[in-house]
Design a protein around this ligand. Structure first.
Ligand SMILES: C[S@@+](CC[C@H](N)C(=O)[O-])C[C@H]1O[C@@H](n2cnc3c(N)ncnc32)[C@H](O)[C@@H]1O
Length: 269
């Protein structure tokens, strides 16, 4: 707790003193040019206010670790070498919790925010987790081979993503046959919208002129029907949806390789 508060105070001081994110926008442009691009992405609020999001994750949001473990590994605990991916892992809360609870898992958290990845890495280090790693990557184009991942966790990501179907497509692509994914999206209004709204306010108060950020002004809380339609846009072997007062959940399993081949045969006849 003291470490979190200390680090937060340091990040807050540094953030309010500098107008841009850790990767300054000029550095983004230079990196893009080196990579042969001219496009310049807007900054991310999660990068700028990483310390604030990490506090919310730690003390405000629900911990679904047990539900995730049960949903992803319903019969037996994962075997050694089982690969789990967390998309939009933020400060690495679930990647670390699952790696602690299920030591045979190898967990990879991906996120676009370098500051949050650093926090996630230091969280894993402070817990001596050697089965947990983090990398900078975009959930719309995952740097993993098709059919290579056993399980995927996605928590509170679709709230801020515009191409939601593109992300579901990537989840489906990288999961192995019979691989499972767990998706949790909040449904409650104020508690869901508060962190993003506060990050916008904070960035306005600490930046002049006001920065441009890629996140929407308001979190996109999906209706049940939109959530269901999103999940069903891929041909899962099995999928279940659950709801409680605060969240909507989807647990999906890709069909076995044999089923997929049989279905492909039927659809081409
Ligand atoms: C609302 S937070 C959720 C963090 C964490 N999953 C949790 O449950 O608290 C959304 C996270 O997704 C990241 N993110 C946003 N767009 C992304 C993308 N296209 N690819 C990967 N991560 C992304 C943000 O940087 C942020 O850390």
């Amino acid at each position: 707790m003291d470490q979190t508060v200390d680090r937060t105070a340091r990040e807050l001081r540094a953030t309010s003193l500098r107008p841009k994110t850790r990767l300054e926008s000029g550095e983004h442009a230079a990196a893009d040019q080196l990579a042969g691009h001219t496009r310049q992405e807007p900054d991310s609020l999660f990068e700028r206010c990483a310390w604030f999001y990490a506090l919310c994750r730690e003390y405000l949001f629900r911990d679904h670790t047990q539900e995730i473990a049960q949903a992803l590994f319903p019969a037996d605990p994962p075997k050694p070498g089982t690969r789990l991916l967390e998309l939009g892992c933020g400060p690495g809360f679930y990647a670390c919790r699952l790696s602690e609870e299920l030591p045979d898992l190898h967990t990879t958290g991906i996120d676009l925010s370098e500051n949050l990845i650093q926090r996630a890495e230091s969280r894993a280090r402070s817990r001596n987790l050697s089965n947990c790693s983090f990398q900078h990557a975009d959930a719309h184009s995952l740097p993993f081979a098709s059919n290579s991942i056993d399980a995927i966790v996605v928590s509170r990501l679709f709230l801020i993503i515009s191409d939601k179907e593109g992300v579901i497509r990537e989840i489906f692509r990288v999961l192995k046959p019979e691989g499972r994914c767990f998706i949790a999206e909040p449904t409650s209004g104020f508690r869901t919208r508060f962190p993003l709204a506060f990050m916008w306010l904070l960035s306005r108060l600490t930046t002049s002129p006001a920065g441009k950020y890629r996140e929407p002004q308001q979190a996109d809380v999906m209706s049940r029907s939109d959530f269901e339609a999103l999940v069903q846009c891929e041909p899962w072997g099995e999928s279940e949806l659950h709801y409680d007062g605060w969240y909507q959940y989807a647990v999906c399993q890709k069909a076995s390789a044999a089923c997929s081949i049989a279905n492909a045969g039927v659809s081409t006849q």
